[in-house]
Design a protein around this ligand. Structure first.
Ligand code: GDP
Ligand code: MG
Length: 441
């Protein structure tokens, strides 16, 4: 594959913006890579189509070929699609006892994952967990969970012969309440294929306990099947998240993308082996690299972009040393501050900024203030931004109004710009600026 891509890159070495043809050519290879990673065909097709529109016209980083640039865009989009909201490891399990329902096909790894997750919740989150097997069909399935429980030191619901899945679920709920458990996990039975009886049973269990989390366990080595399973389970019982198992194998894990694209549900964990501690929280960046299988190209583009950013920072620093610090500079500093976790986050990193931090706090400068200041700068014309000395009374009024703020707010901003400019200049002389900016870029 690398060779094939190498060929593409040789043919595409011109710079500038990505043309439709550049993108098309590179995406043909990307499409193959996705399919090789077992991304389901319709998902791969839609994904590539979306990228086609998004990538065309985007700038190509210096020293990078259009083909490489497209790969980087694809990678970033993959990460974007794979990323769910919030922390994948944080399950909704407040309000004890919280039921977690584990669903999926037979052999997908439900029972194993139930044990792994129970262990994690016990050891990492300090929860008291009760596990119950609802698999009354496979011989010894309930014993399998009981043995796991003993192994990891997590309680399991005592086995009572002859109960239905719903009866077991209700008993688990009762036991969890009486026993003061934080969480009870219900490991359901699977089938080789989805069928009505299975779905009906899972629905009945869901109605009986009203789970806080319903986690679909899928074999990460399956592509198209994973999509069908996810669609079916989500439509019938409603899932809140996905666990991908067998990610320790050779598979590239394209199922992850298919699941996200089709269900929109977050991928929470990945299974990385048969052992009870082989469970990790889902990391989009890592899986994206694996699906695409072009990590070296992505790294190359990132390196090139970093080099360019460093060169820009260097140019900026030279200007600051000469005392040139305009509103564009201030704006990028403010934006950087927001990105770095607001005032507090940034001050710790910048030597010589301690005094300014105090001043800023004295002036009531929190992150809301930062956004307001950016709004003021955005309300200025290009000329005004480059040369704030132009700002006389009438211009000030216009700018403040445009940002929905007072002239006094703008005056504060101007004062800050002057102070920061002075400080940058002073720091530049002492060689402090270079050090400070290292932290910023
Ligand atoms: P269930 O039918 O869905 O309950 O599946 P099981 O939990 O019984 O797992 C079926 C088989 O897959 C067992 O042999 C497990 O050890 C194995 N398994 C489960 N998760 C993983 C995983 O993440 N990696 C590997 N390599 N094997 C796994
Ligand atoms: Mg099982």
């Amino acid at each position: 594959l690398s060779e094939r891509l190498g060929g593409v890159f040789d043919r595409l070495t011109k710079q500038g913006a990505l043309s439709e043809d550049d993108v098309k050519t590179a995406l043909r290879e990307v499409r193959v890579a996705l399919l090789e990673a077992d991304v389901s065909l319709p998902v791969a097709r839609d994904f590539v189509k979306a990228i086609q529109d998004k990538a065309t016209g985007q700038a190509v980083t210096k020293s990078i070929t259009p083909g490489q640039q497209v790969v980087k865009i694809v990678h970033d989009e993959l990460v974007h699609v794979l990323t769910g909201e919030g922390d994948p490891g944080a399950l909704k399990i407040d309000n004890a006892p919280a039921p977690i329902l584990m669903v999926g096909l037979q052999g997908s790894g439900k029972t194993t994952t139930t044990g792994k997750l129970a262990k994690r919740l016990t050891e990492k989150n300090g929860k008291r967990v009760l596990m119950a097997s609802l698999d009354i069909y496979r011989p010894a399935a309930q014993q399998q969970l009981a043995i796991l429980g003993t192994q990891i030191g997590v309680d399991t619901l005592p086995i009572v012969a002859g109960e239905s899945a719903v009866q077991i679920a209700k008993r688990a709920k009762q036991q969890a309440t009486l026993g003061g458990y934080d969480v009870y996990m219900l490991d359901t039975a699977g089938r080789l294929h989805i069928d009505e009886t299975l779905m009906q049973e899972v629905e009945d269990v869901r109605n009986a306990v009203n789970p806080r989390e319903t986690l679909l366990v899928v074999d990460g080595l399956t592509g198209q099947v994973a999509v069908e399973v996810a669609e079916e389970f989500d439509a019938k019982v409603g899932i809140t998240g996905v666990v991908l198992t067998r990610m320790d194998g050779d598979g590239r894990g394209g199922a992850a993308l298919s699941m996200r694209a089709v269900t929109g549900k977050p991928i929470r964990f990945v299974g990385l082996g048969e052992k009870m501690d082989a469970l990790d929280t889902f990391e989009p960046d890592r899986i994206a690299g694996r699906i695409l299988g072009m990590g070296d190209i992505v790294a190359l583009v990132e390196k090139a972009q970093e080099t360019i950013e460093a060169a820009q920072a260097e140019r900026m620093m030279k200007r600051f040393q000469k005392g040139q610090f305009n509103m564009n500079d201030l704006k990028s500093q403010l934006e950087q501050m927001i990105k770095m976790g607001g005032m507090e986050g940034i001050m710790g990193m910048m030597p010589g900024m301690g005094k300014m931090a105090k001043q800023a706090q004295g002036a009531g400068m929190d992150d809301k203030v930062l956004t307001r200041q950016i709004a003021l700068i955005q309300s200025m014309t290009k000329k005004e931004r480059a040369n704030p000395a132009l700002l006389q009374a009438s211009r000030k009024k216009r700018i403040a109004k445009g940002a929905g703020l007072e002239v006094s707010d703008l005056n504060k901003l101007l004062k800050m710009q002057r102070q920061m400019g002075d400080m940058m200049k002073k720091m530049g002389k002492g060689g402090m600026l270079k050090q400070a900016m290292k932290g910023m870029f």
